[in-house]
Design a protein around this ligand. Sequence first.
Ligand code: URA
Length: 191
Amino acid sequence: MDWPALQQTVAGCRACALCQGRTQTVFGAGHQQGQWLIVGEAPGAQEDALGEPFVGPSGQLLDSMLQALGLSRQTDGEPNRSVYIANALKCRPPANRTPQAQELQACAPFLQRQIALQQPRTILAMGKTAAQALLGDPAPLGQLRGRVHSLGGSSVIVTYHPSYLLRSPGEKAKAWADLCLAADTAGLPQK
Ligand code: URA
């Protein structure tokens, strides 16, 4: 399946009960040939309304984190400075509850196909759900951070979810260390 066929399949998906509560699916956004993939958890209310990932307050923080590294979600930038953004789940869970294991399992083939099409060099997993969806490792986030995991041909760096950082700003220094690890691993020249 190419990108348009995949997007169309996601839009019509009824593989789990989340399809009943969605306004629309949130497929992903950004540069499909970017060397970076950002993986979040699931759409929230604003993402469900607009059909784009990370457009609410946590999206604003994500954009500032990306900007600090010289990265952006624009679709026409240089591939080594461009990100694609997708979530582990493409539909909003009711009241933004944590995704359930069977929902993650039902949605996993979509994220896997996005990764296969994009072939990102570096994947940033935002939070425990994203890390678990990518790595299948149920270890606490603290144990997954601080090292480079590998997934196919991509390096995976795990960091805190921006929503958590909004609630716990004292952890931002650790998130910055994770971003620096990601930039070093990607060989990103610092601006
Ligand atoms: N949180 C996520 O994990 N993804 C979004 O798209 C928005 C908020």
